[in-house]
Design a protein around this ligand. Structure first.
Ligand code: WAQ
Ligand code: MG
Length: 256
């Protein structure tokens, strides 16, 4: 048996009552890891650089092993960019490379850049027209019920590549689930943590990091999922929010 452990934290009350998003996290853990996972999420919510949370919700649910499917880990590449403007341009090029139209790629960057505050989930845009397709407002779609099949090994292999921040392995897990989803073409993300300026473009072809996607100190980040024009949005949301997924290196022998 496994547990899905999820956390969301806000300032000024519950997100649903207009609270400002502070932090969120999701893991799939074995029973022996449950209390540690929940404690670490609580600690993260209470000591976040985005501010102090006055609403924290931690949800724990059982997941049957037979419900969990495995998706491939994406290869990681970092593209050096001089500053935010260069990072956002390079990200647009990577989106086009992944199959998003130039207009939709530009629209995605513009929409994230223009956000007045961070959403707690992602917006969904048509990869051809750039039109926003979801009706979730600033809630967006929050991907959940996913984790690395072998977190220790993933973290160790990222460390070998000089990538030590938890942001990277958490984002890689999320991006792998999104890239494997039916109807997605690519994803664009940059962090909402004011001190973390990196972002990425991911698709089934890989995870491309850009060290500067926003200026240091900027607390607004977000995610855009670009989807095929005929994408079944309800099916996509159900998969992203509800389907338990572990992420494993292709050819890896991670235990389930
Ligand atoms: N599902 C959908 N959207 C999410 C989720 C989720 N589970 N978690 C976060 N978001 C959205 C939400 O709008 C946040 O404001 C935004 O993404 C940023 O979230 O390779 O740290 O957790 O160096 O701040 C990327 C680069 C780091 C990592 C991403 O995102 C690297 C990051 P954060
Ligand atoms: Mg954050």
């Amino acid at each position: 048996m496994y547990y899905s452990v999820r956390m969301r934290a806000a300032q000024g009350g519950d997100h649903a009552a207009g609270g400002r998003h502070i932090s969120g996290a999701e893991q799939l853990v074995a029973p022996a890891e449950l209390t540690t996972a929940a404690r670490e999420m609580l600690e993260r919510a209470l000591s976040h650089s985005r501010g102090s949370a006055d609403f924290i919700q931690i949800t724990v649910e059982t997941v049957k092993p037979e419900e969990i499917s495995t998706v491939p880990l994406l290869p990681v590449r970092t593209v050096a960019v001089a500053d935010t403007a260069a990072g956002r341009l390079a990200a647009q090029a990577a989106l086009v490379q992944a199959g998003v139209s130039a207009a939709a790629a530009a629209k995605g960057v513009q929409l994230l850049a223009a956000l007045p505050g961070s959403m707690r989930g992602a917006m969904v845009l048509c990869a051809v027209s750039g039109e926003r397709l979801d009706d979730r407002g600033d809630r967006g779609i929050r991907v959940s019920r996913m984790d690395a099949a072998d977190k220790g090994r993933l973290i160790a292999s990222l460390q070998e590549q000089g990538l030590v921040s938890a942001h990277v392995h958490e984002a890689l897990v999320l991006a792998a689930k999104v890239a494997a989803a039916p109807g997605t073409v690519a994803e664009l993300c940059w962090s909402d943590d004011p001190e973390y300026t990196a972002g990425y473009v991911a698709s089934a072809g890989g995870y491309v990091r850009f060290p500067h996607m926003k200026d240091y100190g900027d607390p607004v980040g977000g995610r855009v999922f670009f989807v095929e024009p005929d994408c079944d949005l309800a099916g996509l949301a159900d998969y992203l929010e509800r389907k338990p997924v572990t992420v494993a290196a292709a050819g890896g022998e991670e235990e389930q």
